[in-house]
Design a protein around this ligand. Sequence first.
Ligand code: PEP
Ligand code: MG
Length: 592
Amino acid sequence: MPAESQPKGEKSFRGIPVSAGVCRGKILVLGRTRPAVTRLQLTEAALAEEVNRLEKALVQTRHQILDIQHKVSQRMGAEEGSIFDAHLLVLEDRTLLDEVMRVIREQKVNAEHAFHTVAERYAATLSAIEDDYLRERATDMRDVTARVLNNLLGLEEETDLRHLKEPCIIVSHDLTPSNTAQLDKRKVLGFVTDVGSKTSHTAIMARSLRIPAVVGLKDVSGQLESGQYALLDGLNGVLIVNPTDQTLYEYGQLILRQATFQQRLNDLLAEPAVTLDGHRVLLNANIEQAADAEQVKANGAEGVGLFRTEYLFLNHERLPGEEQQYQSYREAAAALKPLPVVIRTLDLGGDKFLAHMTMPTELNPFLGWRAIRISLQERDIFRAQLRAILRASAEGNLKVMYPMISGLDELKQANALLEEYKAELRQEKVAFDENLEVGAMIETPSAAMVADSLAKRVKFFSIGTNDLIQYSLAVDRMNEKIAHLYEPTHPAIVRLIKTTVDAAHKHGVRVTVCGEMAGDPVLAPLLLGLGVDELSAAPSLVPPLKFLIRRLKLSEAQELGAFALECESAAEILARCQELAYAIAPGLFDNK
Ligand code: PEP
Ligand code: MG
């Protein structure tokens, strides 16, 4: 980053970088105006109408949120769209709504006052807890509350970012996901907020939109004025107001270096991922919906290694039936033909729930009713999905895999059902790919330990390191308190991957890694050195991975793998991985 000086007039504010990129322009400070809510005393006779008004506003709010969700899913992707599931849940929260109704009836007050008071008390309680997740729920609640109040009062949205006159950097106390969803990329150069965290939904959206963003700048919105000129560095988390010519020059150089490097990555798009000593690595992408196929091609991936189908389920009000799923899988297959597309069957449970399906409350949801376990019990759901996949396989480039296989029986049962549905389709004279390849995800330690048995019954393995790490090390992947224990380079993980690869290769089965480890340029050489054949990562991570692989020798990766298998320390293995990656591809880590 350019030197940190504070010449007269120039002022820097530091926060949490959440979305990379540099931009400069005029600041627009958004006020913190909320709809004014007054308390009105009502007569007994007016109460029924008041409850009616509230119900209408709730329905109207629900439609608005569904509309935003739909637009966001189309524009940014299914994962971003699913952010609004949390908003819809607020509107379905019986405890909250019952209490609001009770306040209206018992205190004989207007709906605005009752809703505002109750919801704000809930939100204040949530935001006072030291937990990013719960704080995010408080933001969701305030976002929905503002919407309900606007609808009750017949007001326009308080912050309408759709009609900005000129390009600007938004400075605000907070930006709700609904506000962020409306940002016009041509007019919003970047944004900064007083509050927020890296995992907040607003941050996720900024990354999706590729707008530079910095959050957690404390009271920046109170210190700045609209019209001031500023430079925003979303990579290092700095907002520089009134930058000097020297600062602008230094940043100009940085932007130039980043652009040149991006061009180098772009130049490789059509090239294969081959190591310097001639070893070919297949680089695939992970997607959540058929529309993501564009991103797969744009980033030069060679297929889809993981189609997470649950987003199709999470984003709809009802369970998607066979036909709807068929259309979606067929669309992905057709868009990418002849590139292969691996469809993963439903991986619900854990942290992925459906608003429209009753899931049991479990003490340990990640160890509970999840993924293939649900599919094998909820036969109608599994049947619809497998039939949809089989029918779409007529395109010729689909493969299917099962998540969270923990032993041979589950694999055998799933395969038997697949055969049963194939027989049905033959009977119905419906076309499908008779050679559809079946794979198993290896994401439990037990699956890795019996990989030799599983390998006899599948064509490929896909190692889900996200879960393999959490289950092997007994470290909840969502728990920040123990995040330091979540170590991809733990010797146990290295050995489990090696056990899996050896068992697979003995039976002529190929091995992919589709967890986050695969997309990390520091860790990818270790995976290749352990014998992994293919990697699958978010589309945008494919070009840097290719850049790295084309500067790597397989022999170096194998030496790293051999070292890791002997080593007893996660930290030492990680240090060796870093040493290799920094040495062969400094450009990936330099331009910061
Ligand atoms: C994994 O566990 O590594 C994986 C790819 O699956 P998910 O992240 O969807 O659980
Ligand atoms: Mg998983």
